[in-house]
Write a protein of this length. Structure first.
Length: 152
């Protein structure tokens, strides 16, 4: 009887470890302001606009790298920390759109490709392309990121 109980406990422990591992893999990464600043600097974003980019990320996605929302108007979905639209900038399930990327590629913890596409959006349409920036950042106090040090 003791061996059977021990085996059940061992099996239950293994199941719990597997479930916890799965949860850890699927958990979204929420960036803090300094992490976001460093990622933007690594991508070559000008220091002049870093606070605007961080404000945009806060107000579009809550800095959640894996956020996916939608559908909104015309079945558009929005992906990643910049909430990049499937209607114009990327394609769902295949490479496409102006950024020539799969939208799902923007919903992961590596935001360097997100930044490249977001920079293309900003170069084309300006920050006004994002409602979160227009409503919460434009002509408003921006995040203070001066304390964020660049990693070497």
């Amino acid at each position: 009887m003791k061996n059977a109980s021990r085996r059940k406990l061992t099996m239950l422990s293994r199941i719990i470890v597997i479930l916890l591992s799965f949860l850890a893999l699927t958990e979204a990464k929420i960036l803090n302001q300094c992490d976001a600043t460093r990622e933007l600097q690594r991508a070559g974003i000008s220091r002049t606009f870093l606070s605007n980019w961080v404000c945009l990320m806060i107000n579009e996605s809550g800095m959640d790298t894996r956020r996916v929302t939608g559908p909104k108007g015309a079945s558009n979905y929005y992906y990643g920390v910049f909430q990049i639209s499937s209607g114009k900038w990327c394609a769902r399930g295949r490479v496409g759109g102006i950024c020539n990327k799969r939208c799902e590629d923007f919903a992961n913890d590596d935001i360097q490709d997100d930044i490249i596409c977001a920079k293309k959006i900003q170069d084309t349409e300006g920050f006004k392309a994002w409602n979160g920036w227009t409503q919460k950042c434009k002509n408003k106090p921006l995040p203070n990121i001066r304390h964020c040090k660049r990693r070497r």
